[in-house]
Design a protein around this ligand. Sequence first.
Ligand SMILES: [Zn+2]
Length: 344
Amino acid sequence: MHRKLIAAIVAATLGVVLVAVAGATSAGTGSTGTGTVFADNPVQELGLENLTDQKDSDAAVPPAAYHDVTLTNLDGSGFLCGDYACVRTSTGNPAFSPTNTFRYMRHDDEFEQVMAYYWITEAQKYVHSLGFGEPGKLPGVDNVSQPVRINQYGVDNSFTTDHPTNEIRYGKGGVDDAEDAEVILHEYGHALHQGQGFQFTSEEAGAISEGFADYWAVTVTDVVAQQQGWREQEPLPCVADWDSTSYTSGPIHCLRRIDGNKLYPNDLDGEVHDDGEIWSRALWDIRLALGHVKADTIILDGSMNFPGTDMPDLAQRTVDAAQSLYGKSAANAVRTAFEHRGIL
Ligand SMILES: [Zn+2]
């Protein structure tokens, strides 16, 4: 506690770099707080496809899009750092509150920090609820305080890097990337893959990771929205509805969809995001067949230590995971989903 307090004071004086040190050395105390977030983004939640960024103005988004939530797993430092996420920032102030109260509007730089902390933490809590990282159950998947950097780049492109660290960075072009939970969770999907020894050594491995990341964004936002009572309807298989208002013409704004009809191998074009649409549709079909709990457990377990070969190999590994976790009928459902895409 003493060390954390000193680190916080030094960080407040010298900048934010040391905040990460405080978070990285903390085991997490389980502090809770309050924050304001979008759920999961204003376009999807409110069905308002005509919303636009309007230069990050508060007036561009109706007040109904903001939701108070409980922030959990905080380390008690007063910064947005805890068991599963630790926010660093390169522009603007790092959110800090001695009472863990983080209520901001979208024009505030701190708003995106709260979004990132909340959605990554909820995603990892969901991973734990499936048994990953729980004693005696399944191995952890990125079961660490994930470093997240906000507004590092002035372009509309977020990414996960392992150079030099496994750090997620969210950009600020158009709609700020971290104003859309599906962008946050897409990048966290790549971090999960990195955290489970997934090898990005082929184009198909890259495409699989893009497809998984798109699927992950949709499945987790749906799970959290249901838990919170934010929406009752079936999830939209459309990724980044809000972020993509900046660069798609509509009338329905999607960065990509996960319910397309591309087939393996004829529809491969060598671009990882395009080719990922083959994979994400298979995952979506597994979810429709088995429900999110079984589907997501199988999907995560199947890609453990994936050596980066190709889609048929990971598809077979995923069938095998289904067989060992839930038996024959689940394995058949998974095999069918991959057969429908031509992967098996
Ligand atoms: Zn990606």
